[in-house]
Ligand binder design. Structure first.
Ligand SMILES: Cc1cc2nc3c(=O)[nH]c(=O)nc-3n(C[C@H](O)[C@H](O)[C@H](O)COP(=O)(O)OP(=O)(O)OC[C@H]3O[C@@H](n4cnc5c(N)ncnc54)[C@H](O)[C@@H]3O)c2cc1C
Length: 288
């Protein structure tokens, strides 16, 4: 049995604003519902909430480009993102991450905004969005604001969004074709697996093989999405040797106990991270 106080569906931004202004009591937004409906079945947490269904707001599904950015509507589904020619051209690491979410059925009806706002540390798009330097456009009661992705997270399953805030779009600076990428998901099983760890990497080198841009981070590992300027600085300006690559892989795996503390999974995650990071970097740099 689903336990909401009430259910309201809107199909335009104007109707959303009207609904938000008139609903009394707490609101829970419903996009694809693949997290909310599971949670609503588990316990009574939404008993006093109005479920405000935004999946029908056409404008928030769209994926468009501006001169500098890719703008992905927050209720674009993972399937739309994985298939989008614009995303595959300007942020292919996100297309791959979206393709790794759940099953085809889940991807067809679950959204990037829901993946972000649910704030699960295991959410598959967050590591890619972090290295892409994504920003979020949020519509709140006082109007629109734009914030860096990392700024909304407070911890596992916790954000600073109010129940009246809606993520309208995700804005990503377009990557030039010269940037190579790798997205790796380590799960228990190939299909339908909840991530144990994801690794997102972007790297660009010049004609001489000197690194001009480098970002590498882990998902499903830290309490919230993180990027590591200290690790980027280890390769930028260098023509990386095997020793440099080994040092980066070690530094990245050392972040696991540093940030997440020592847990049962640390013994497994650290060596896996080290080995995969080394392999990914050798492949991307093309020195094998
Ligand atoms: C069988 C199954 C397999 C799954 N596999 C994976 C997987 O492999 N990888 C993975 O990352 N996830 C997985 N998930 C989790 C889930 O599908 C994703 O997190 C999905 O992206 C959530 O999107 P949604 O539209 O369904 O969100 P919803 O359930 O509608 O919403 C999730 C949360 O976000 C809020 N919200 C939704 N949209 C917005 C918005 N625009 N602005 C502000 N808040 C908003 C909601 O209020 C709610 O708190 C799986 C779920 C199931 C049931």
């Amino acid at each position: 049995m689903l336990k909401f106080r009430n259910y309201v569906r809107v199909e335009s931004e104007a109707a959303f604003k009207e609904a938000i202004a008139s609903i009394e009591g707490p609101v829970v937004l419903l996009a694809g519902g693949s997290d909310v409906l599971v949670q609503a079945r588990e316990d009574d947490r939404f008993r006093d909430h109005t479920a405000l269904d935004i999946f029908g707001v056409e404008a928030w599904h769209q994926i468009v480009e501006t001169e500098k950015d890719l703008v992905i509507g927050a209720i674009a589904t993972h399937a739309m993102i994985a298939d989008s020619p614009l995303v595959n051209r300007y942020a292919p690491i996100l297309a791959e991450a979206s393709l790794s979410v759940g099953s085809p059925q889940i991807r067809n009806h679950s959204t990037i905004g829901g993946n972000i706002a649910n704030a699960s540390p295991a959410a598959d798009t967050l590591a890619s969005l972090s290295v892409l330097e994504a920003e979020l456009v949020i519509l709140g009661e006082k109007g629109e604001r734009k914030v860096a992705l990392a700024d909304i997270f407070e911890g596992p399953y916790r954000t600073n969004l109010s129940d009246r805030d809606v993520i309208v779009s995700v804005v990503i600076p377009k990557l030039p074709e010269s940037v190579r990428y790798n997205y790796t998901k380590v799960g228990r099983r190939k299909a339908l697996s909840i991530s144990r760890m994801t690794i997102a990497t972007l790297i660009e080198t010049d004609r001489e093989g000197v690194v001009t841009k480098f970002d590498m981070t882990l998902g499903a590992t830290f309490p919230k999405p993180m990027t590591f300027p200290d690790i980027s600085a280890m390769l930028v300006g260098k023509k990386p040797s095997s020793d440099d690559i080994r040092a980066v892989a070690r530094a990245l795996s050392d972040k696991i106990p540093e940030i997440a503390g020592i847990r049962a999974s640390t013994r497994y995650k650290q060596p896996v991270c080290r080995r995969l990071a080394e392999r990914i970097l050798h492949e991307l740099i093309g020195d094998e």
